[in-house]
Design a protein around this ligand. Structure first.
Ligand code: ZN
Length: 491
């Protein structure tokens, strides 16, 4: 923890020095997916952004408790208080139990995150497993006078809350702006005002997921779960709450109001929001015909895609932009990211066998790389700058490789540690050809074949040597003869 970390706080609209509630420990909560469909490109950015934050804090020496929830109840269509539950609707359409839908898509989400090398969080609570905590929270808010009952449902009284606190402080709105943007919806007759939001909803007869409560057989409002589960696992006051910018209003605004109404304080020191991914400048959406699941990206099986993109290419692409900047998806941008990623990985491979020269003086540029890369990461997670520093390291590795530069062993160790600790452990970028068991096998087998070709050449058996080269080429393995032997790369 020798290094200071600066974090942009959405609540204060400025970068602040990170000071944890408990020294040496970080508590972070991130809104996870509503599991009613396949994981898509929109899930990749928060998944990867908060994964790098989690990894960085651990690398800096903090003990981190990272809570990322699974929403499996209460998220109604159009993110409003009316309409069908997203999971129940999918269950009805596919004639499944709602929990079968939840299980299917939770597993697929986990699989996509694992392929993107996103570490599992410390705790992954489900909303449906925390109904008791949510009912207790509704009671607290009722007791504090910031909610009312209406026909078996409980609503948060936004106007009353706004008299004592500022509703809209997180998203930078005031009550009048919010009023203007509010549509009239079916079923809101129970509410005193269209601004109010549901804490507990009485279930209609056709609603399949419901639980008993003091007010009605019903289900919790969508915003309630995150207030209840973050308090349960991280305490009344904790460090970081993250999520996509699209969740800032109403979801996080309502969460903040619920926290304040029940505990007398917002409870979150730093609110963090990642920007969205657009596709050729447009928002991604099923109705726009540009919806891409992560599986389709990995296989190339979508008409929007020119080719398949590997999980690490996608991870690299996302890290090339700062998390608060918009990021536009296109085949060209992904192909450029793929090239950059491969160049980086080649250097990460080459660095281990770089020759050293005991007489070479300490290289000042190499000496400064570690501080530069951590300065970038600790400046509100500036991953694009961190990657550009690593590309400086790539250039140095290539100069040593082509013998235009000599370095000593200590400098090589610094380079090795940049590629292993920063690139692999903190940024989570792995070499896809060697980091899996099958990748290691492929590497070993190609190495053996290349060795056979070397023997053939030594025996002046040019026919065999050329045949091996051509057959490997047909499989996508490029062999390049060099002065010292040969190198190979997988295209
Ligand atoms: Zn949430």
């Amino acid at each position: 923890m020798a290094r200071d970390f600066f974090i942009y706080n959405t609540l204060s609209h400025r970068k602040e020095l990170f000071k944890p509630v408990h020294p040496g420990m970080v508590g972070m909560y991130v809104c996870g997916p509503t599991v009613y469909g396949d994981a898509h490109l929109g899930h990749a950015r928060p998944g990867i952004t908060y994964d790098v934050l989690f990894r960085l804090f651990r690398n800096l020496g903090y003990k981190v408790r990272y809570v990322r929830n699974i929403t499996d109840v209460g998220h109604l269509e159009n993110d409003a208080d009316a309409g069908e539950d997203k999971i129940a609707k999918k269950a009805r359409l596919e004639q499944l139990e709602p929990m079968e839908v939840v299980q299917t898509y939770t597993l697929r989400y986990h699989d996509a995150m694992r392929r993107l090398n996103v570490l599992p969080p410390s705790i992954e609570p489900r909303a449906s497993g925390h109904i008791i905590e949510q009912i207790a929270l509704v009671k607290k808010i009722l007791d504090a006078g910031y909610a009312y009952e209406s026909n078996g449902s409980i609503y948060f009284d936004v106007a009353k809350y706004d008299e004592a606190h500022h509703y809209g402080i997180l998203s930078g709105r005031n009550l009048d702006d919010t009023r203007e943007g509010t549509r009239n919806l079916d079923g809101q007759d129970d509410k005193h005002s269209p601004l109010d939001f549901a804490l507990w909803k009485k279930a209609s007869p056709e609603h399949i997921m419901h639980w008993p409560s003091p007010w009605s057989e019903g289900f919790p409002g969508w915003h309630l779960e995150c207030s209840a589960m973050s308090e349960k696992y991280l305490g009344e006051v904790f460090d970081i709450h993250g999520g996509g910018m699209d969740l800032m209003f109403p979801h996080h605004e309502c969460e903040l109001a619920q926290n304040t109404a029940s505990r007398g304080q917002g409870g979150v020191h730093y609110w963090m929001h990642n920007n969205m991914i657009t596709i050729k400048g447009q928002k991604m959406g099923k109705s726009l015909g540009n919806f891409i699941t992560l599986d389709e990206l990995f296989t190339g099986n979508n008409k929007v895609l020119d080719q398949a993109y590997s999980p690490m290419t996608i991870r690299f692409f996302i890290l090339q932009a700062h998390y608060r900047s918009p990021l536009d998806f296109s085949n060209e941008a992904l192909q450029a990211a793929e090239k950059g990623y491969k160049r980086m990985m080649q250097a990460a491979k080459d660095v281990r066998s770089l020759p050293t020269d005991g007489s070479a003086p300490a290289n000042a540029e190499i000496g400064g790389l570690t501080d530069r890369v951590y300065d970038a990461l600790c400046d509100d997670l500036n991953t694009p700058i961190a990657l550009s520093v690593l590309f400086d390291a790539v250039r140095i590795v290539n100069s040593v490789k082509d013998k235009s530069l000599k370095i000593n062993a200590a400098d090589r160790d610094t380079l090795v540690s940049l590629f292993t600790v920063v690139l692999q452990d903190v940024l989570g970028l792995q070499d896809e050809t060697t980091d899996s068991a099958s990748g290691k096998l492929v590497d070993g087998l190609i190495g053996m074949i290349v060795e056979e070709r070397k023997q053939a050449k030594a025996n002046r058996d040019w026919a065999t040597s050329d045949r091996i080269r051509d057959e490997l080429k047909a499989l996508g393995v490029q062999i390049k003869d060099t002065k010292d032997g040969c190198e190979w790369t997988i295209e």
